[in-house]
Unconditional design. Structure first.
Length: 301
């Protein structure tokens, strides 16, 4: 395995572990939001370390859009079984069936925005007062506005102009009845840090992150993988390409990147030279300049 400068990774790890322990001390019912992606996998490892030799004192929760990549779900179930932790699943399909959410129309309807409804329902159902998320400040400009402790009002909404200062690592978790916090322990990490940490820790990740051949359609510059959730438009056709995914989300809007990277070392080299953020291939983020911020204000991750 390649040799890395581990000092900064250990510092980031220590900071994240401190935040997780602070949450355990300040809140009664935390939960770790788990997508099966690389960031939530790193978060899970950090939680293991934070509370070892005891098990992590909170469950994992996956908000299932129903439009997942099968590799991600298979990996999620394998990891949960290995760790022996509780997994809660919130179903976007159930929210649609109950009339709480409305399916988008069009050739590739995204359910990413609909996750908000399911997430807020589950937070209320289980009485969670803090939810760990894997947001990083280099992902997207709205993410960079977050604090470690991100206050949400009684409607689950976020006000970016009214956040609490976090000077000298003083984290303020005070809240009123019905309010909760989103907590982002890896806020100061970059995509490169995540990959180097995965390599350092020898973590398993879904195969979808590595280069493989897949049927792809190019839709507006986004390389969408063939799935039952996508309907080809006039003039479109699937072609075979060697690709991998930098981020894992709703299969109907998460774009692949052409890549020969088949190992962690090759992925790290590729990320080092990348000039587009990993969310640059997410079709739902391209809907408007403030697409992510608008969703976050409504209660999105």
């Amino acid at each position: 395995m390649a040799s890395y400068n581990l000092t900064h990774l250990k510092q980031l790890e220590a900071e994240a572990i401190f935040i997780m322990r602070e949450v355990a001390a300040q809140f009664e019912r935390p939960v770790l939001l788990f997508s099966g992606g690389k960031d939530s996998i790193v978060m899970t490892r950090l939680a293991e370390k934070a509370f070892y030799p005891a098990k992590m004192p909170f469950p994992l929760m996956h908000i299932d859009t129903g439009h997942n990549f099968k590799e991600t779900i298979e990996f999620r179930d394998k990891l949960v079984k290995k760790l022996g932790v509780q997994l809660l699943v919130g179903s976007v399909q159930e929210s649609i069936d109950q009339g709480k959410a409305q399916e988008e129309k069009g050739p590739n309807p995204s359910r990413n925005g609909l996750q908000t409804i399911t997430l807020l329902d589950k937070i209320e159902e289980y009485g969670f007062d803090a939810a760990f998320g894997g947001a990083r400040r280099d992902e997207e400009k709205a993410r960079a506005k977050e604090r470690f402790f991100s206050h949400r009002d009684e409607f689950g909404q976020w006000d970016p102009k009214n956040q609490r200062p976090e000077l000298w690592n003083l984290l303020n978790g005070r809240k009123n009845q019905g309010e909760h916090f989103r907590v982002f322990p890896i806020s100061n990490w970059t995509e490169m840090d995540v990959w180097q940490y995965i390599a350092m820790e020898g973590l398993e990740i879904p195969s979808i992150y590595f280069s493989h051949e897949r049927d792809i359609v190019n839709r507006g510059g986004v390389l969408l993988a063939k799935s039952e959730f996508i309907t080809l438009m006039d003039g479109e056709e699937y072609v075979k390409k060697v690709v991998r995914f930098r981020t894992v989300g709703d299969a109907s809007c998460t774009g692949a990147v052409e890549s020969p990277a088949k190992t962690l070392e090759e992925i790290i080299q590729e990320v080092a030279s990348a000039r587009v953020t990993e969310r640059g291939g997410r079709a739902d983020d391209k809907r408007s300049e403030a697409a992510m911020e608008d969703r976050k204000k409504q209660g999105y991750f």
